[in-house]
Write a protein that binds this ligand. Sequence first.
Ligand code: NAD
Length: 457
Amino acid sequence: MTPLAIHNPANGQLITTLPADDATSVAAKAAAARAAQAQWAAVPLARRQACIEAFRAGVVRDLESLAATMTRETGKPIRMSRNELNGLLGRIDFFLKAVESTTATETVYDDGGMKEQIQHTPLGLVANISAWNYPWFVGCNVIVPALLTGNAVLYKPSEYATLTGLEIARLLHEAGVPKDVMTCLVGGGEVGAALLAQQVDGVFFTGSVATGQRIAQAVRGRFIKLQLELGGKDPTYVCEDADPKAAAESLADGAMYNTGQSCCSVERIYVHEKIYDAFVSHFVKTVGTFKLGDPASEDTYIGAITRAQQLDVLDAQVADAKARGAVLLTGGARMAGPGNWYPPTVLVNVDHSMALMQEESFGPIIGIQKVGNDAQAIALMNDTRYGLTAGVYTPDEARARALLAQVNAGSVYWNCCDRVSPRLPWSGYGDSGIGLTLSTYGIQTFCRTKAWHLRSA
Ligand code: NAD
């Protein structure tokens, strides 16, 4: 067992070292989880709901220390850690309220002699391999509905958010979920790979496209459910009738919130030439107000870059863009350590020959491109292998709807961005993934259907 060292990305200091899992312990935990699942599925739904309600109460009770833990291990600004935990409560409430009606057995035909029913039964044992950027959201989008619907969960949090993953497991166990029904595995990619070698009934992954491809390879030939929630290169188009100041303030936040480390961060902005100069000026001014610093400080907006390797990606994208003619308006290079720091960075005069406009940046950097008309904007928005979210800013709803109907993305936004709702499905087109979480579909996804044909005589 190689121990897992956990560092604070804001100062590089070692927080702790944890004993990690290995292939043998993963196999033993998978066997225990498999054995425990049927009994959990037989627990009445009301009791499973009560466990999740108690879990919610634990999150509320411990919110300050949970936020501090997340901030320490990921570098997320403390106010954003609290926002994530408070946002989680709404997601839990949605799942608690929707699970009964969403999974109730439906009678779809009954003529007195012949009855037909659809039953929703749990998948069984599900693997959840997760990312670090919103560890409570992406972890619980799977764990909560999976448990409510009677599945056992083997959860491998990111090695960059393991302390948070262990807190999720602790609170669920304290809330009455049996230990073997919800198991947290500790380690990096090799532990995730060991998990995929187990006989699981579903794999639910959140992370990068490259790892998603490895996961799809690892489960190929096995007829199990596979969901992949991957990266994005999310575009927004600002029309000439939009308010440039309001749009710039909204989109600067959409691009830089969580230090740009959101799957649905705004990653590309196209602005109509008629308001381009005003928009860029307001955008740079807004970014200038974003305070970078100690993630534990109340007034910090830009925190640390969680993974040191991402600094190379950001520097390379800026260098490539500049070499191809982009103009840097602010930021543009990693900052001195200790810790991983990158300032808010804005580039203009950009085009699609640049990696900045093609590949996920996952940091506080943005390219703003001038466009002449709607058709050009749509063509550029769709010139991507991703398809997570896309937005349009205009006061004209009909125009926004007409434009967004042409964009290939799982979520589309009118006059807003970087937004996730528990009531709506969260899914990606293209390389942004397959399957979905959230909404009633994100509950049913943890079930399989059983069709009942019942003749009474
Ligand atoms: P990552 O792909 O590096 O890691 C994700 C998880 O996969 C980690 O737990 C890691 O240990 C594990 N892993 C790595 N190699 C593995 C292997 N061979 N087999 C099994 N597991 C393996 O991603 P990350 O850096 O944690 O997350 C950032 C990415 O996640 C970004 O691309 C972001 O856009 C994406 N993301 C997407 C969504 C979404 O909802 N679409 C949400 C959050 C993050």
